[in-house]
Write a protein that binds this ligand. Structure first.
Ligand code: B1M
Length: 215
């Protein structure tokens, strides 16, 4: 297979052999972020479709996710980073009950490389832990990621909890993840939250929204 098709295939097949060599070769012509966006994420999309239609079993999905993570780690040191730092601080977490973290970690990378300090709490984070970290680290923004449909409900509960704690005005919230839709966030969740809540379709929109919130 040609290089980029082969790379996409490696994600679908969960095949790490020769991954780094292929990535190094790809970086000679295409910047690392573009490799992620156009090639590797296309592979993850196929994995999601195969799993969703019952053609791929969970252990293989996990294997693909691991190859995806390895690829992103290999590319990350080669990404362009801006010199400006201290643009703001975000506490970032995957919500309670949800283990998906590839997207959240991409958001971390994009924001960190563009002048933000990211406090990445990891996966399955209850709102109490998110709030504690946000207060403790004096975060400017709270970011929540979730890929399961049930995570959209958890996010709604989390916003209600921030209201109840009187923290909504202090913390603008950025939300993302495959199960969310713009209309759910912009219609349902803005109704719930007493502060600012925004939806990011991808990590780049997350960056644009952070820039907008911080100015
Ligand atoms: Co899961 N899984 N999974 N899974 N998995 C989905 C989400 C699913 C849609 C697959 C499917 O059925 N087609 C489905 C959810 C269905 C639903 O809820 N209705 C699903 C399921 C069912 C499950 C399990 C329940 C399966 C089971 O156990 N029977 C289980 C859940 C466990 C749990 O969470 N409690 C499970 C487990 C797993 C693995 C562990 C095997 C693995 C995750 C590994 C990991 O993350 N470390 C996995 C994977 C890999 C997927 C799919 C195939 C790929 C997800 C991914 O990494 N995409 C996924 C299919 C899909 O999403 N369509 C699926 C690439 C990633 C870059 O995209 O995270 O969307 P994404 O991030 C994007 C944007 O959304 C945005 O930026 C990123 C791109 O720039 N973004 C943000 C994300 N967060 C943001 C936050 C922001 C801003 C932007 O600001 C704060």
């Amino acid at each position: 297979l040609p290089l980029f098709e082969r790379l996409e295939r490696r994600i679908v097949d969960g095949d790490r052999n020769g991954l780094d060599t292929d990535l190094d070769q790809a970086m000679q012509t295409v910047p690392p972020l573009q490799i992620i966006n156009e090639t590797l994420l296309a592979g993850m999309k196929t994995v999601g479709e195969l799993f969703g239609s019952g053609q791929m079993q969970l252990p293989f999905v996990l294997q693909s996710a691991e190859v995806m993570k390895a690829a992103v780690s290999h590319l990350e040191p080669h990404m362009e980073a801006t010199d400006d730092a201290g643009k703001g601080r975000i506490v970032l977490a995957t919500v309670k009950g949800d283990v998906h973290d590839i997207g959240k970690n991409l958001v971390d990378i994009i924001l960190s490389n563009n002048g933000y300090e990211v406090v990445n709490l990891g996966i399955k984070q209850p709102i109490a832990a998110i709030v504690d970290a946000a207060v403790d680290k004096k975060a400017d923004v709270i970011g929540m990621s979730g890929l399961l449909v049930k995570s959209t409900v958890v996010m709604k509960e989390n916003l209600a909890e921030l209201n109840a704690r009187g923290m909504a005005e202090q913390f603008p919230v950025l939300l993302g993840g495959a199960a969310l839709t713009r209309s759910y966030v912009e219609n349902d969740l803005t109704e719930v939250y007493h502060g600012e809540v925004s939806y990011a379709r991808d990590a780049f929109e997350g960056l644009r929204l952070m820039d907008a919130i911080m100015t």
